[in-house]
Design a protein around this ligand. Structure first.
Ligand code: 1PW
Length: 217
């Protein structure tokens, strides 16, 4: 059935991140995520990695040019999903990597988490830009999102490849059709994701800082 939630990836993403962000603020009366409150506020890895996997279809909708971005994102999310079978929280996962001295090692859970977080952030900025413009082309929204989130961490070759991919993006109308949304419903769901993901991203950044890991690598 067309109205079935299974056909509405945007709705699933928005709901999953809304519930994740609600779980951050639970048990946190002051709403002030200092390192002290971070300790008392945990995020479970299973619902987090599951929410991240819901974003993958969105990358797929961005067309053939972003196949590599999609593959890279999916592989890293899969690693977190796999880790969630034996590790309960994001904190515990990072502590394990710190103990094994492999935080920055290629393929480490913590390193993958940082990359996945950037993927979430890029989608957040992309949605902000889509909402802010009347244009049907996604080139400018996607370029802005990439420039803001990923470009500072990518070498020249990757930046060039992504810039080339910007010419092969679907139009906004095509994207909405693939997502099975209209202009109005998409805007609502995007706004929910923008607010909820911002809270989740901020939480993860604070987690990295609280463990002195930095987020610029
Ligand atoms: C939504 C608008 C369209 C913009 C899409 C931008 C996609 C950006 C991701 C491209 C990633 C593909 C190239 C892979 C880069 C990896 O070297 C890098 N991964 C990321 C996500 O930056 C680092 O991965 P590593 O070394 O930790 O395995």
């Amino acid at each position: 059935m067309a109205a079935d939630d299974n056909n509405k990836p945007l709705r699933k993403i928005a709901e999953a991140f809304k519930s994740l962000s609600n779980s951050i603020n639970k048990d946190d009366d002051t709403n002030n995520t200092t390192s002290e409150t971070l300790d008392s506020c945990t995020m479970e890895l299973a619902p987090f990695s599951n929410a991240c996997s819901l974003v993958s279809p969105l990358f797929r909708c961005l067309g053939i040019a972003f196949r590599f971005a999609e593959m890279d994102y999916v592989a890293k999310v899969d690693d977190l999903v796999e880790a969630s079978k034996s590790i309960s929280t994001l904190q515990a996962m990072m502590d394990g990597d710190i103990e094994s001295n492999c935080v920055r090692k290629g393929g480490s859970h913590t390193r993958n988490l940082l990359r996945v977080k950037r993927g979430l952030d890029m989608v957040r900025v992309l949605f902000e830009q889509i909402i802010a413009t009347d244009e049907n082309s996604l080139k400018s929204p996607a370029s802005t999102a990439y420039a803001q989130v990923f470009a500072p961490h990518h070498n020249w070759a990757i930046r060039k490849a992504v810039a080339a991919g910007m010419y092969a993006l679907p139009t906004k109308a095509q994207l909405l059709m693939k997502l099975n949304e209209d202009e109005v419903s998409a805007r609502t769901q995007m706004q929910i994701y923008i607010g909820a993901s911002a809270a989740v991203i901020l939480y993860i950044d604070k987690l990295f800082h609280s463990k002195d890991l930095g987020i610029d690598w």
